[in-house]
Structure formats: structure tokens, C-alpha cells
Design a protein around this ligand. Structure first.
Ligand SMILES: NC(=O)c1ccc[n+]([C@@H]2O[C@H](COP(=O)([O-])OP(=O)(O)OC[C@H]3O[C@@H](n4cnc5c(N)ncnc54)[C@H](O)[C@@H]3O)[C@@H](O)[C@H]2O)c1
Length: 261
């Protein structure tokens, strides 16, 4: 059985770098037409070069997911260029925070605005197109922080828990239109966002101890899940959150078996 994404039109938000970039490349490699959006033009320029080099089809669009007009303009541009939108991956995100007592309102708002409101606004822009087609796949980046949050991560955890709630409501609202909506919860994927790779060896070891597979995830691990969820093979999956964390805290002490001789 093959995952067939040939000629599907996909929008991946915040795909200039990191996990979103790998999702975009993996979908493009499977033959999908990929629209990469990001808030940073220099990242989009690098994407454009790579797309040209590989002969991949698509568009690169500057779009701040916090802005209604940007999202609507991006969706209109995709419809005009390709006539349809099969897949929306709401990947754009920020992380950052402090303990609640010290957390600034600005940091709270940034997390909620990009991660949650951005997802809401982009969905709102794409839904009419998918409804007209009577088909679509919406995939939202939540986080393991929505399952077990970290101390100092109130704003991020609240935003990503919100994404899970929004996903389920949307699945309910859109099921009758043959549109599925799911979210996914990456665990620890070293990227520029979290700088896991820059931690001390002792810190890294403590973090790895929480993972059943005791290794970092890669953007490709997430991209492979997205390929499946975006495909026809996943047509009976909606309204759920899928953990892609290498089994983070699948048991209370996942490190025990890694210490056995
Ligand atoms: N890396 C991890 O371990 C991890 C874990 C759980 C969830 N996630 C989620 O996965 C997604 C990608 O994370 P990443 O680690 O690749 O981060 P990253 O910082 O490398 O990439 C995020 C991208 O989003 C873009 N972006 C930021 N604000 C934007 C805005 N307002 N509009 C449009 N684009 C914007 C950035 O320019 C960047 O290209 C995020 O939603 C993140 O919360 C990541």
C-alpha cells in the first residue's frame, strides 16, 4: 500500500525552517504541490531556491498567521494558482515563557496569538475552500506540553492545549463536509526553537531519560506522521491528537530499561 500525495495541494505555515520545513520537503518529495508560508522573507528565499533546484512545484508566501488579512490573501493566492487546497498544516509556532509570577503579558499574548489564534485564523480562511471541495485534511501542531506541561511553560502549554480543543471542535463542525481535523504532539525535536542540542551533557541526559526510546526526535519523524495523516490512508481518523514523542513518560520511569545490562 502506497501513500499517494501526488498533485495534492498543501499549505504548510511557518515552514521556512525547522519541523515545518521538513514537513514541506517531505510532502514535496511525495509529489504534492507545496505552499510554504512564513513571517521571514529570507527563509522563504532559501525555500524558493531549494524548490527550484529540486523541480518541486509550489509557492512561497509571506504570511503572519496572526493577521486575518495575511491568511486570507495567502488562501486566495493558492486558490488562484492551483484551484484547490487539499491539506493545511498549521505548523507556525513560537515558544517562550517564564514562571507565571514573572511571565509578561507580551509573552503570554505572543504564544496565544501565534500558536492558537494563528491556527484559528488560518483554519477560518481555508474552511470555505475545503467545504466547496467536500474534502480536506487539517493538521495542527500541538505539543507534548499539552499532555504534560513544563514548569515555566504556562503560555506555551495553554496555547497548545487550546490547539487540541480547537482541533476537536473543528473536527465536529467539519465531519459532515468530509474534512478531517487532527493535531499532533511532538516531544523533543532539537530545533532553533528549543536549542536542546546546546544543553550540557548532564541536562541532555536528564531529558533523554524521560523518553521510552531514549533518543531525540527528528523533524523527519514528524513529517512522516504528517504524510500519513494527510493521505487517504488516514481518512477515518479525525478529532484526535497523536503523540510523536518517542514515548515520553509512556511509563513512570522509562529510563529503567535503558540501565539494564
Ligand atoms: N521542536 C520541538 O521539539 C517541538 C515540540 C512540540 C511542538 N513543536 C511545534 O512544532 C512547530 C514547529 O516548531 P520548530 O521547533 O520547527 O520551531 P522553529 O522556530 O524552528 O520554526 C517555527 C517557524 O514558524 C515561523 N513563525 C513564527 N511566527 C510566525 C508567524 N506569526 N507567522 C508565520 N510564521 C511564523 C518561524 O519564522 C519559523 O520558520 C511549532 O508549532 C512548535 O510549537 C515543536
Amino acid at each position: 500500500m502506497l501513500i499517494d500525495l501526488k498533485n495534492k495541494v498543501a499549505i504548510v505555515t511557518g515552514a521556512g525552517r525547522g519541523i515545518g520545513n521538513e514537513i514541506a520537503k517531505t510532502l514535496a518529495g511525495e509529489g504534492a504541490i507545496i505552499v510554504v508560508t512564513d513571517i521571514r522573507q529570507e527563509l522563504l528565499d532559501a525555500v524558493a531556491e531549494e524548490w527550484q533546484r529540486n523541480g518541486w512545484r509550489g509557492l512561497q508566501l509571506l504570511c503572519d498567521v496572526r493577521k486575518t488579512e495575511d491568511n486570507r490573501a495567502a488562501v486566495a493566492a493558492v486558490e488562484q494558482a492551483f484551484g484547490r487546497i487539499d491539506i493545511l498544516v498549521n505548523n507556525a509556532g513560537v515558544a517562550g515563557g517564564a514562571r507565571v509570577e514573572e511571565l509578561s503579558e507580551e509573552t503570554w499574548d505572543l504564544n496565544l496569538d501565534v500558536n492558537l489564534k494563528g491556527t484559528f485564523l488560518m483554519c477560518q480562511a481555508v474552511i470555505p475552500v475545503m467545504k466547496r471541495q467536500r474534502s480536506g485534511r487539517i493538521l495542527n501542531a500541538s505539543s507534548f506540553a499539552a499532555i504534560i506541561p513544563s514548569v515555566g511553560g504556562a503560555a506555551y502549554a495553554a496555547s497548545k492545549s487550546g490547539v487540541e480543543g480547537l482541533t476537536r471542535v473543528l473536527a465536529g463542525e467539519l465531519g459532515a463536509h468530509e474534512i478531517t481535523v487532527n493535531c499532533y504532539a511532538p516531544g523533543m525535536i532539537p530545533t532553533a526553537m528549543n536549542r536542546f542540542a546546546d544543553r550540557t551533557d548532564a541536562e541532555k541526559s536528564r531529558l533523554l531519560d524521560t523518553l521510552t526510546l531514549r533518543r531525540w526526535g527528528s523533524p523527519k519523524d514528524v513529517a512522516n506522521l504528517i504524510c500519513f495523516l494527510a493521505s487517504d490512508l488516514a481518512s477515518y481518523i479525525t478529532g484526535t491528537m497523536i503523540d510523536v514523542s518517542g514515548g515520553k513518560f509512556a511509563t513512570q520511569m522509562p529510563w529503567v530499561s535503558h540501565r539494564e545490562p
